[in-house]
Write a protein that binds this ligand. Structure first.
Ligand code: NAD
Ligand code: 6OD
Length: 490
């Protein structure tokens, strides 16, 4: 049963350790039924500037003087705080996004806590390399690097995995000693606000974690990223938004880390474990209603198993239950009615471009109670040209296009023929082929006989339109700190 934490109280900003009203209010709409679930206080431009100033002040306070071990202990307390309020976090995430109970309970909320535990441990164990340099006169020098925080990090996050993706950046930023101002998506303000409460309860000093709600362009997001007193920007979201933020960041030459969109391919070879490939592709296409940047939207299948694979995937898609997350349905609605218009627009476009709609392609019949929700059918398309817009543009819904291939070289060429470069999945039992094809993928992440198996120490990010930089493990510690090399002549 839902116990949405903000049913009776407003969703506020958190600035300098205080829950604060902004200038205006906007509605938090539940996509399961289109009803208003809560009221959100939008930060004014003044409040955003106050949040940045509060963060700067916190750097000079107890947080800035804390030892690495003390800081990491505090972050573990934050992880424990998320775990102690696990059900509230799950209810918040479900109310905001309509995502399945299973997804929220097994992925989003556990990862929110894990991000703090993992990055606390990694930061505490961090070693910086040192080099002894021999000089011609027989003397030598020792070089060693120290790492200091960047300062105030602006974190702008999306709506699809709200707590997971926000804490994926908050945790390493804080573990490296920075202070943060977070702008969650306007679609998903709740779990970020619960996190502010957890920070408060854990004793994180005022101003270290600040939260400002509101919209993107000409609103909270832009006011934050354009603030001259921030020291770095880390962003997850659409490639076009990344481009807009980059233009703003250029003025102050701010470091940026961008995790952006994808149009990810799966390559299914005839020698794969067929059942595993079908099950894995069902997950990679339809998880979170297709709203994961890593989701597969293009499936290429070796011709001898093409028809059988399309049939098996369609049968599995048709067994997915769609409905209210609290009923245990496999798939909830899309994030909003606006996004549903976009996804349904692509279903129509695919038809106009000549697609065969193998299954889905519209809105499911779910009865009166759910008729106002933002639901769409899981959809499988075939028959499109590689240059069709619906094969090239990110749709971000429960949909894939399946095309056949005849050789390994053709499969590689098709997978790489895209403006994006985030992730790929390869299904084969031939180990040599697996390594060969994986190394040919122009993507930041490749899974072989798997999808979305995460080890937080590994590099994560995308090529081309899919992003700038890598986070994860030492890559996160690298982005969120500023090294200084010290060379001492001996
Ligand atoms: P979005 O770009 O619309 O919004 C993301 C955030 O940016 C929101 O908080 C929004 O308010 C803010 N924003 C929008 N315009 C802004 C501006 N001009 N200045 C500053 N902030 C601004 O993305 P979304 O719709 O929330 O998320 C879905 C997209 O995110 C998809 O494209 C998906 O592929 C991508 N994504 C990528 C990754 C990854 O790791 N590569 C992860 C999740 C989502
Ligand atoms: O698992 C992660 O760390 C991560 N950044 C996932 C991104 C998912 C995109 O929607």
């Amino acid at each position: 049963m839902s116990h949405y934490p903000f049913a009776e109280r407003p969703i506020l900003n958190y600035v300098g350790g205080k829950f604060t009203e902004g200038a205006d209010w906007f509605d938090n709409v539940n996509p399961v039924n289109g009803k208003v679930a809560g009221k959100v206080s939008a930060a004014s431009e003044r409040l955003v500037a106050d949040a940045v100033a509060a963060a700067q002040l916190a750097l000079k306070g107890p947080w800035g003087r804390m030892s690495q071990a003390e800081r990491c202990k505090l972050l573990v307390r934050v992880a424990e705080g998320i775990e102690a309020r696990f059900d509230e976090f799950a209810a918040a995430e479900i109310a905001d996004t309509g995502k399945s109970l299973h997804q929220a309970r097994t992925i989003d909320i556990p990862r929110g806590a894990a991000n703090f535990r993992v990055f606390a441990a990694l930061a505490e164990a961090r070693a910086m390399p040192s080099f002894r340099t021999d000089l011609p006169d027989g003397r030598s020098a020792i070089n060693y690097a120290i790492a200091r925080p960047l300062g105030v990090v602006a974190i702008v996050s999306p709506w699809n995995l709200p707590l997971l993706l926000m804490t994926w950046k908050v945790a390493p930023a804080l573990a490296c000693g920075n202070v943060v101002v977070v702008k969650p998506s306007e679609e998903t303000p709740s779990s970020a606000t619960l996190l502010a409460e957890v920070m408060d309860e854990a004793g994180v000093p005022p101003g270290v974690f600040n939260l400002v709600h509101g919209f993107g362009a000409a609103s909270t997001g832009e006011w934050l990223t354009a603030n001259p007193d921030i020291d770095a920007i880390t962003f997850t979201g659409e490639s076009a938004t990344g481009s807009a933020i980059m233009r703003v960041a250029a003025a102050g030459v701010k470091p940026v880390s961008f995790e952006l969109g994808g149009k990810n391919a799966a390559l299914v070879f005839a020698d794969c474990d067929f059942d595993e490939a079908v099950a894995g592709t069902v997950r990679s296409v339809f998880s979170n209603c297709g709203q994961v940047c890593l989701c597969t939207e293009r499936v290429y299948v070796e011709r001898p198993i093409f028809d059988r694979f399309v049939k098996a995937l369609a049968e599995r898609a048709e067994t997915l239950t769609i409905g209210d997350p609290w009923s245990g349905a496999d798939m909830g609605p899309l994030i909003s009615h606006g996004h549903r218009e976009k996804v349904l627009g692509y279903y129509d476009l695919a038809r106009e471009e000549g697609a065969v709609v193998v299954t889905g392609g519209g809105v499911p019949e779910l009865g009166d109670a759910l008729s106002t929700g933002a639901f769409v059918q899981p959809t499988i398309l075939t028959g499109l040209d590689q240059n069709a817009r619906s094969v090239r543009e990110e749709i971000f819904g429960p949909v894939c296009h399946i095309a056949p291939f005849d050789s390994e070289e053709e499969a590689i060429a098709l997978a790489n023929d895209t403006d994006y470069g985030l992730a790929a999945a390869i299904w084969t039992r031939d180990v040599s082929r697996a390594h060969r094809v994986a190394a040919s993928m122009e993507t930041g992440i490749v899974w072989v006989n798997e999808w979305f198996l995460r080890d937080l120490r590994t590099p994560f990010g995308g090529m081309k339109l899919s992003g700038i930089g890598r986070e994860g493990g030492e890559h996160s510690l690298g982005f969120y700190s500023e090294p200084t090399n010290i060379c001492v002549k001996l």
